[in-house]
Design a protein around this ligand. Structure first.
Ligand SMILES: C[S@@+](CC[C@H](N)C(=O)[O-])C[C@H]1O[C@@H](n2cnc3c(N)ncnc32)[C@H](O)[C@@H]1O
Length: 216
């Protein structure tokens, strides 16, 4: 991940090079260094940030296009926007009209981000907003049918493209042991994707597994 020049780690802290100087998305610390502004990325508030701190090897490179499901108020999507830079794109799908208001405020400042008010379970409703195929699909949605949502959205992912899913064990089943939930989710995904990486997100998030998958 650290071959992306827009990302640096200093000890327990992560920073991205900001495309929008002096604009904070959620109160993060801003630093000036080597003529650029860097935003601190708190891994306790972002599953992707947590996965990077846990040693994520898969790169989200400069110039990549990303379909982001569960964009919320735009916090983690804004860090992805900085990672991919002006030549990349982040399409943020969010179901909540309340969260969408904040997401729009973030997207207005970032030319590589597009907000989409839609339900990730109904990909046909936003197909027209997307440019054919994307390089990455990222999903962080609290829905028991998380795996099904990713499979449905794989239609937008180019062959060999990468999907990332933060599996929320307690959301899929509060009765089942998390390990059994992770196995069942992987089995469901295996027809569409091969698993490239997987990791637990402790100590940043409890009962979450982060999956990196390649579209078959
Ligand atoms: C955990 S939050 C995402 C946080 C965000 N990824 C971040 O790190 O900044 C989950 C979001 O998914 C949204 N969501 C839930 N179900 C959804 C669906 N079916 N389609 C799109 N978004 C959904 C929720 O409204 C919520 O904003």
């Amino acid at each position: 991940m650290f071959s992306n020049p827009n990302l640096v780690r200093e000890g327990s802290r992560l920073y991205v090079r900001s495309m929008v100087p002096e604009f904070k998305v959620h109160g993060e610390r801003l630093l000036r260094k080597n003529g650029a502004e860097w935003r601190e990325w708190n891994p306790n508030q972002s599953k992707l940030g947590a996965a990077i701190m846990r040693g994520l090897k898969t790169e989200i490179p400069v110039g990549a296009s990303v379909l982001y499901l569960g964009a919320a108020n735009g916090a983690t999507p804004s860090f992805v926007s900085d990672l991919v830079g002006a030549g990349g794109a982040v399409f943020g799908v969010e179901i909540s009209a309340r969260a969408m208001r904040d997401l729009i405020r973030v997207c207005e400042k970032r030319e590589n981000m597009l907000p989409i008010l839609a339900d990730g379970r109904k990909p046909e409703t936003y197909a027209n907003e997307l440019p054919g195929y994307v390089d990455f699909v990222f999903e962080d949605v609290a829905d028991p049918a998380q795996a099904r949502i990713l499979i449905e959205n794989a239609r937008f992912l180019r062959k060999g493209g990468i999907a990332m899913l933060a599996v929320k064990a307690r959301c899929v089943s509060s009765a089942e042991q998390p390990e059994r939930v992770y196995k069942a989710v992987e089995a469901e995904l295996s027809g569409t994707f091969e698993t490239v990486e997987k990791m637990q997100l402790e100590p940043y998030e409890q009962d979450h597994e982060f999956l990196v998958l390649r579209k078959r």
